[in-house]
Design a protein around this ligand. Structure first.
Ligand SMILES: Nc1ncnc2c1ncn2[C@@H]1O[C@H](COP(=O)(O)OP(=O)(O)OP(=O)(O)O)[C@@H](O)[C@H]1O
Length: 392
């Protein structure tokens, strides 16, 4: 977990001079003119939970990197707090002694930069091992861990090559392996994929999502690119002139932008590529129940009977029962029309719509093997019109 509370970052001599002006609501430009100081971050509050990827987005100069870099002390905090989960519990990073900070940097936080920052004279494995050696682990443990991490990112065979023998995409994979090897809970990523061409970039995004499923880190990720933010983020925080103007789920950023600035960012995004079943569905708490069955549609006389498992559950239209089937990622054209389909929470709206259309039934949504909601035509139409059922 990492939490920023009312963080201000000001660059220049005697940065505190900017604080009263900031409190007066003066603009960055006014502050710059009056004091010569750069107020890069203004009153930013943001919490990133364990297992979450939060993407910081905004135009160039909006303060994304300045905020990110307060998390490991690369930038000072002029005012405010940065709380981190450490082995001593939750601690305010900027109140720690220099020794304690070094310990936290070594054991709790790692960082991946835009430039791969690999040392050219070391082999790939030695680059991954570097931080582990600093931790004081013995040589054979270090080598084993480095190879394990390289294998995890598909580069096991390349361990003894030099970085210059690898493509840009592979070098950034080494960067990921190096960050993951440190086994820190928190990973800071400052535009790690921006220098890569689009196909490789997309591969690495997939790779990060795959690793994250396995490793469950707390990730703060800076990006310029909305598509990247929508693909990776559980939450997105949009920054403007040093302030966070909206911190929200990707769906809400696209469907309910907080102001014109956010709206301009998302103007060309199609909701069906962003909204997922979780945001789209109507939860069962919201439906009428009768004799143990949930009424999915009054008009169609459609009911859900829930047995002890999904396989033993069914939907019923009047007297006709339709068994359920969990949809496994695959072709949306090739669905069994005699079944109603069940999808996980993260399934994208375009897939849910295709399954609704192909199966002829509303789509059920499961979480950890339990049915939790339903997407029918009403939910789909609402989302197309720019409204999610959850925020009506
Ligand atoms: N070390 C520094 N010293 C002085 N000013 C700085 C420093 N780092 C950043 N700034 C200034 O702070 C403001 C915010 O910069 P920052 O790099 O945080 O923005 P950003 O949103 O990450 O931009 P980009 O997407 O271009 O990297 C800018 O005006 C920048 O010039």
């Amino acid at each position: 977990m990492i939490e920023f509370k009312n963080v201000d970052v000001v660059f220049g001599k005697q940065p505190e001079r900017a604080l009263p002006l900031m409190d007066n609501g003066e603009s960055l430009q006014e502050i710059q003119e009056k004091t010569g100081l750069t107020a890069a971050v203004r009153n930013a509050s943001l919490k990133v939970g364990k297992g979450e990827i939060c993407v910081l987005m905004g135009l160039s100069g909006s303060g994304k990197s300045s905020l990110l870099r307060t998390a490991n002390g690369l930038n000072p905090v002029t005012r405010g707090d940065v709380f981190l989960e450490t082995d001593q519990g939750i601690q305010n990073f900027h109140e720690l002694s220099e020794d304690q900070r070094r310990h936290v940097r070594m054991n709790r936080i790692s960082m991946v930069f835009q430039k791969f920052a690999l040392m050219p004279w070391l082999t790939v494995a030695e680059n991954v091992a570097f931080g582990l050696e600093q931790k004081g682990l013995d040589k054979s443990t270090v080598r084993t861990k480095a190879i394990e991490q390289l294998t995890l990112v598909g580069l096991g065979e390349w361990a003894d090559k030099k970085p210059s023998e690898l493509s840009g995409g592979m070098q950034q994979r080494v960067g990921l392996a190096r960050a993951f090897a440190m086994e820190t809970d928190i990973i800071l990523m400052d535009e790690p994929f921006s220098a890569l061409d689009p196909l490789i970039r997309s591969d690495l995004q997939d790779e990060l999502l795959r690793l994250q499923k396995q490793l469950n880190k707390t990730v703060l990720f800076v990006s310029h690119d909305l598509d990247e933010a929508l693909k990776l983020g559980n939450h997105i925080a949009i920054m403007k002139d040093g302030a966070i103007v909206q911190h929200d789920t990707p769906e809400n950023i696209v469907m309910n932008p907080a102001d014109d600035y956010v709206e301009a960012f998302v103007a060309h995004t199609n909701p069906i590529d962003v909204v997922n079943a979780q945001a789209l569905m109507r939860r069962f708490d919201d439906f009428r129940e009768k004799q143990g069955e949930i009424c999915l549609s009054e008009r169609d006389d459609c009911w859900l009977y829930q047995g002890d498992s999904i396989n033993n559950s069914a939907i019923r239209y009047g007297d006709t029962k339709v068994p359920l089937e969990v949809w496994r990622d695959g072709d949306t054209d090739d669905v069994n029309k005699k079944r109603a389909l069940v999808v996980p929470l993260e399934t994208r709206m375009h897939t849910v719509m295709a399954l609704r259309y192909q199966s002829g039934h509303g789509v059920l949504v499961e979480q950890d093997g339990k049915l939790v909601g339903h997407v029918g035509d009403r939910e789909i139409y609402h989302a197309m019109l720019g409204k999610l059922i959850g925020d009506k």
